[in-house]
Design a protein around this ligand. Structure first.
Ligand code: ZN
Length: 160
């Protein structure tokens, strides 16, 4: 495994649409391994392949409940709303208030090529939406309601 360099806004690669993975090659497995290591080292909760300059639909997430690897993820349903602070390893020294669905259901392939359904609520739902947006060239700053101070606390009032 190796650490990859995380690219940052305004690098134009962050604004591209990533291509689906057609075949899970050793190259994709190495990418998944490297992304997990890079995310951990950067103390992030999620990382999408375009953030390491690879325009493929690959995401890793760990919100403290174990590593989730997603290949070609798609949101197939969503419900509720939540509003809360969001930041991104590719958007340095900024933070914003973003509204997201409170629950999402995501369909994706795992590294063996098996289809998986992931149900996410709260932080995991937020993270799934944020990372899948990266695959379409969308950053949270495009959707934020307002910029937040880096040390600003936000008390979430969830509407289920
Ligand atoms: Zn991000």
């Amino acid at each position: 495994m190796a650490l990859r360099n995380i690219i940052t806004d305004p690098d134009s690669r962050l604004r591209k649409i990533s291509r689906p993975v057609k075949e899970i090659t050793p190259h994709i497995i190495t990418l998944l391994d490297d992304m997990a290591e890079t995310m951990k080292q950067a103390e992030g909760v999620g990382l999408a392949a375009p953030q390491v300059g690879v325009l493929r639909r690959v995401v890793v997430i760990d919100v403290g409940e174990g590593l989730i690897e997603l290949i070609n993820p798609e949101i197939i349903s969503q419900s509720g709303k939540q509003k809360g602070p969001e930041a991104c390893l590719s958007v340095e020294d900024r933070k914003g208030l973003v509204e997201r669905p409170n629950k999402v259901t995501v369909k994706a392939l795992d590294r063996e090529g098996n289809e998986r359904i992931i149900e996410g609520e709260g932080l995991l739902a937020r993270c799934l939406c944020h990372e899948i947006d990266h695959l379409d060239g969308i950053l949270y700053i495009d959707k934020m309601e307002r910029e937040m101070e880096l040390d600003e606390e936000y008390e979430e009032n969830e509407e289920a």
